[in-house]
Design a protein around this ligand. Sequence first.
Ligand SMILES: O=C(O)[C@H](O)[C@@H](O)[C@H](O)[C@H](O)COP(=O)(O)O
Length: 239
Amino acid sequence: MAIMPDRFEPFENSDAAASALADAVAQTLRGALATRRRASVIVSGGSTPEPVYRRLSVTNLDWARIDVVLADERWVAAGEEGSNADFIRRTLLTGNAADAAFTELKSPGARPADGLQAGEARLSALNWPADCAILGMGDDGHTLSWFPRADGLEDALSADGSLCAAISARPSPVTGPLTERITLTLRALEGVKLCALLIRGSAKRAALEKARLPGPARDMPVRALLNHPSLDLQIFWSP
Ligand SMILES: O=C(O)[C@H](O)[C@@H](O)[C@H](O)[C@H](O)COP(=O)(O)O
């Protein structure tokens, strides 16, 4: 099948990119709420999207009808170092957006595999496809918790399996010490209306160009998005 070309939008600075993405997400959610009871947005950790979340948190939307769904999580509980859920609570789920329903990925259990069933049950209760996804990318070509050559990556990139997968990443400067993770799968992104990849800086631009070259997704898992036959990926880049 032919590859759906992505749309690359360069912005002058990170503020302009954040503001354009927050506007696009708000508009998509508003449009969805005009015809459906609930709308949803998938959100990532990482430092880049914080200004997007801060903007959205003060945006006037019917947040009580919006599901905020975590894209991926380190296997740590709320209150522990590295919790993406805490980051989202702090940056997005305040102000107007405090009324949103939040679907987290951490469940009880010693390892991500122990929490897969519970995570899947929570995710299955939501409406799919989601309306928006705000994704990031690392210099190593990972996105969500799809780390290069990680254990569990095949499950995560399978388009017809579960909505979440357990990941054990190979330790690297990008992963840091917390390599046990749970992530949404490629299947969870199928059909998302606004699928946005927000990246900043020349190293990420270079990584993106490298990922565009032919090669296996296991080396640069962002390729699963770039080479997807029907995903309409929008890349918001700023220097
Ligand atoms: O849990 C996470 O760390 C993220 O979901 C991850 O996929 C992130 O989006 C990238 O690592 C980019 O992170 P930065 O924005 O900090 O570069």
